[in-house]
Design a binder for this molecule. Structure first.
Ligand SMILES: Cc1cc2nc3c(=O)[nH]c(=O)nc-3n(C[C@H](O)[C@H](O)[C@H](O)COP(=O)(O)OP(=O)(O)OC[C@H]3O[C@@H](n4cnc5c(N)ncnc54)[C@H](O)[C@@H]3O)c2cc1C
Length: 370
């Protein structure tokens, strides 16, 4: 049994706390906010969970494993976290992200369907696919209730014996200093989302950006539609989940923002762009009333690979982050991998390491703006 201090209760830290407490470790989970706070990257209403990651089998397999673990958490807690809406990927050509994803998922035995544009237009209440070649559908993908998932992870970690401490931590060598006390552990993990860069500026390169989301009243027909991604147009959305409205996210990279800056309101300019996309793709939504908007932060690595690595001077200290707009779904499966690496059962991929990185594939839902 190890004693592990985890600073940061977003999807990465809360999942790790849940997983380690489940295997009998003594876990202290620290966060400056209440779990699920909107200022954390894991806050807010919903996140997509899908296995398609282009030609990359590692993230595809990890997302699939995460789906199993989210369901395990649902069973353990009795809280409904995942809505299996399916996720439809709009393919603009025969080759590209969707075709690579289809090949990879088939090789991993992850269910996929290949829809013609006509078939897709039967699945949405209103759909114009005249610019599309075909649609890749993942029937077992869907939407996670984000804030509820974080609160459930933390509650179940506590039920397994983890201790939750509220306070802002400062790294001091191998310790985490919280509310004046130096916390020590066999391992100290800093899973601090957008704040990771300012805590370890010499080690972590992250671009922190401001992103915008819009919610529309689409009517009853949008309660059972699939979630969707237009990777080449850097836009994605969800059906109406829990009567919060049809979500559309303009996934182009937003302007820089500091982790501690107040989140400003969404802008009319981006709403016009989102509505323009909607009018072209889902004409029935062109005049749908806007019922809400939100902003949030991305913490982007240059190659969109996560960061999971020991501190070079303090091997018991681990840095975990760089979710890069696609980290939420992976939380529990990444936790399992980290725990496996610590017990020598598995190795973490080299691309999780600290250090210089070159630009790579975009694993978030934005192929055209990366
Ligand atoms: C709008 C939006 C849409 C997204 N869509 C998707 C999606 O569809 N699918 C998907 O898989 N991913 C998606 N993502 C990405 C995903 O949400 C993130 O990759 C993931 O939530 C990152 O989690 P994290 O635990 O690393 O960081 P965070 O959730 O930010 O958690 C870090 C925590 O650390 C705490 N903390 C920081 N510093 C300190 C300190 N010094 N002391 C104490 N506590 C501290 C913070 O308070 C915070 O709670 C999206 C992100 C956004 C913003």
């Amino acid at each position: 049994m190890e004693r592990v201090v985890i600073v940061g209760a977003g999807t990465f830290g809360a999942s790790l706390a849940w997983w380690l407490a489940g295997r009998g470790d003594e876990v202290v989970l620290v966060d400056q906010f209440e779990p699920g706070d909107r200022r954390a990257t894991s806050g807010g209403e919903t996140r997509l969970i899908r296995s398609a990651h282009g030609a990359d089998p590692d993230y595809a397999g990890m997302a699939r494993r995460a789906r199993t673990l989210w369901k395990q958490l649902e069973g353990e807690s009795g809280v409904e976290l995942l809505q299996e809406t399916g996720v439809s990927w709009f393919a603009h050509g025969e080759d590209g992200w969707e075709a690579e994803s289809e090949r990879t998922l088939k090789a991993l035995d992850i269910p996929t369907e290949r829809w013609s544009v006509e078939e897709a237009s039967r699945r949405f209440t209103s759909f114009d696919g005249s610019d599309l070649a075909w649609v890749l559908h993942e029937p077992e993908a869907g939407v996670l209730r984000a804030q509820k998932s974080i609160r459930t992870l933390v509650a179940q970690a506590q039920a397994r014996g983890a201790q939750l401490v509220q306070g802002r931590a400062i790294p001091e060598g191998e310790y985490a200093v919280v509310n004046g006390a130096a916390l020590e552990g066999d391992r100290v993990v800093w899973s601090c989302g957008p704040w990771l860069r300012q805590l370890f500026p010499a080690l972590v390169q992250l671009k922190v950006t401001l992103q915008e989301l819009f919610f529309y009243d689409g009517g009853a027909g949008w309660r059972n539609a699939p979630a969707w991604v237009d990777y080449d147009r850097a836009t994605y959305g969800t059906p109406d989940i829990d009567e919060g409205g049809v979500k559309i996210a303009w996934d182009h990279e937003g302007p820089p923002i500091e982790p501690d800056a107040d989140l400003p309101p969404a802008t009319e300019e981006t709403e016009t762009l989102a509505r323009g996309y909607m009018a072209a793709r889902f004409p029935g939504l062109a005049q749908a009333p806007l019922v809400g908007s939100r902003t949030c932060r991305y913490e982007l690595t240059v190659d969109s690979h996560f960061i999971v690595a020991p501190h070079p001077e303090h091997p018991s200290v681990w840095l975990v982050g760089g979710g890069s707009g696609h980290g939420f779904k992976h939380g529990p499966a990444l936790a399992e991998r980290i725990a496996g690496a610590w017990s020598g059962k598995a190795e973490l991929p080299a691309h999780f390491a600290l250090g210089e990185r070159a630009k790579g594939t975009s694993f978030r839902s934005a192929g055209s703006n990366f």
